[in-house]
Design a protein around this ligand. Sequence first.
Ligand code: A2P
Length: 268
Amino acid sequence: MSVFKENFVLSNGIEIPKIGFGTWQIPNGEDAYQAVRLALKHQYRHIDTAASYQNEQSVGQAIKDSGIAREEIFVTTKLASHIKTYQDALDAFDQTLKDLGLSYVDLYLIHAPWPWNDIGKDCKQGNIEAWKALEVIYQSGRAKAIGVSNFSPSDLENVMNHAKIVPHVNQIAMFIGRDQKETEAFCKKHKILIEAYSPLGTGRILSENRIVEMAKKYQVTPAQLCIRYCLEKHALPLPKSTHESRMIENSHVDFRISADDMKILESI
Ligand code: A2P
């Protein structure tokens, strides 16, 4: 079976397709709608969005119009990063379900430990409150799994010290040249699955000489090498593309990168 059709298993037993389709920076409306329709047509069954991408409506509509059974599609969305109180988080989730037009999501994440317009701000108490809301949402069955995004080990520890449920996922920026070894080690220890957003470095690393050369060696494209790299690190890649041919290309990653070559890539 193609790796594209395989699943990772979260610590609560929920299965999650090994490659997701990222929708960051795809505008709401026709762009996001068509992109998700195409991704589903080409067998992607894992769609990643967020309230702050402002495209949940189009993503949800595309899922609905695809005719594919809801339970066959894994849908992730995220709590906007500035929402750091218990009640606001619950209210935001209600709005997210309305925007998506869904009765549940498969995975709900706190988008970041701080507001995007105030990176690094101390929101320890706010993250504890937001996490309590996610736990309540999880226990109600309206999110099948819960997690965080852009959390460092200390951000995770802060939440876990007050949590009933250990986050199932931490979604972080991960691509060749941008490893987060401490976060990786922490997540591995606590059975938190890492999801890799921007696995292609938002497209910027695809012409890097060493990546191009290594891709040639494996007779794959640089994008395929970058996606496989995440999988070799047991991280779940979320490549994004609005082009049909690239969506297809990004799903064909049935090859292995040798341990020696992984070391070379990790040193970039
Ligand atoms: P486009 O959407 O025009 O296809 P990331 O997933 O790291 O955020 O990277 C997304 C960027 O990489 C987008 O600009 C996307 O462009 C581009 N991209 C996606 N897949 C490929 C590919 N297979 N080859 C080249 N560029 C790609």
